[in-house]
Design a protein around this ligand. Structure first.
Ligand code: NAD
Length: 270
């Protein structure tokens, strides 16, 4: 028996990265999954690989109200109902605050923040009609910490955490749970656009993250599954950090910091 038997779940940004892993894992756990993205060729091929009986790809630009209406209509016609949504699609634009154009800022808001709002607004009536359901919003560590050169991304991910709380409180009486996931560094095209070898990435993250490596998309998918399944039946309105311990504290060793002769715990240098 799968953890999502009988459920129909929409995943945005499912053509690659974390969304792809979520779609694959949810289907393996018995869900029928509506994969959506703007990368049509990739999305189609992932859905085909999962199998026609379990997966369907639809184009959805998360910033478009019309696209959301069409996807909800299609999902209901094809699978009968909608029980879950993972608002996973996202983009990042790197740059100094002073160099960030209004156009760039608004583009990130449109996808990460408006897209999450439109998704929750579109599915909430469907989840209520199905007798309840789940929404998982993929936020980020950047919604909790200040990160340099990511002003628009940080703004939108903090907004996603805020909207998650507001929607959770409002939708709880209709049997709808809403939670957020806050990943740290995860090996996907967003954090690793050049496709650097995993060993190189792990080496970089070793100085930053207590668990000493970058996260894997499959690990975030496992958390999204937990929040979509009945395993989390008493949890709503919460941000879940999955970051290898990044926010727990610095892992920097004296050697990594370039300190060759650190003071001993007793105060005397050896
Ligand atoms: P990714 O770039 O591989 O995947 C993002 C997906 O979103 C892509 O398939 C892309 O085509 C899609 N997308 C972009 N704009 C869209 C739009 N307008 N409409 C629909 N789809 C659109 O990166 P990822 O790491 O898999 O990102 C997934 C989520 O995780 C994002 O919300 C991201 O902000 C978040 N996140 C990623 C990291 C990381 O280190 N990779 C860390 C924290 C949070």
């Amino acid at each position: 028996m799968g953890k999502l038997d009988g459920r129909v779940v929409i995943v945005t940004g499912a053509a690659r990265g974390q969304g792809e892993q979520e779609a694959r894992l949810f289907a393996a756990e018995g869900a029928r999954v509506v994969l959506t993205d703007v990368l049509d060729d990739l999305g189609e091929s992932v859905a085909k690989d999962i199998g026609e009986d379990r997966a369907r790809y639809l184009r959805l630009d998360v910033g478009s109200e019309e696209d959301w209406a069409a996807v909800i209509r299609d999902a209901k016609e094809t699978f009968g109902a909608v029980h879950g949504l993972v608002n996973n699609a996202g983009i990042a634009r790197f740059g100094e605050l002073a160099d960030t154009s209004l156009e760039d800022f608004e583009q990130v808001v449109r996808v990460n923040q408006t897209g999450t709002f439109l998704g929750m607004r579109a599915v909430a009536p469907e989840l209520a009609a199905a007798g309840g359901g789940t929404i998982v919003n993929i936020a980020s560590l950047a919604g909790l910490l200040g990160l340099p050169h990511l002003i628009s991304y940080t703004a939108t991910k903090a907004a996603v955490i805020g909207m998650t709380r507001a929607a959770a409180v409002e939708l709880a009486p209709r049997g709808i749970r809403v939670n957020a996931v806050c990943p740290g560094g995860i090996d996907t095209p967003m954090a690793n656009p050049g496709g650097a070898p995993l060993a190189d990435l792990d080496g970089f993250y070793r100085t930053l993250v207590p668990l000493g490596r970058i996260g894997r998309a499959s690990e975030v998918a496992a958390l999204a599954l937990f929040l979509t399944s009945d395993d989390s039946s008493y949890i709503t309105g919460q941000p879940f950090v999955i970051d290898g311990g990044w926010t727990a504290g610095a892992r920097l060793t004296p050697e990594a910091a370039g300190v060759t002769n650190p003071p001993s715990p007793g105060g005397a240098s050896s």
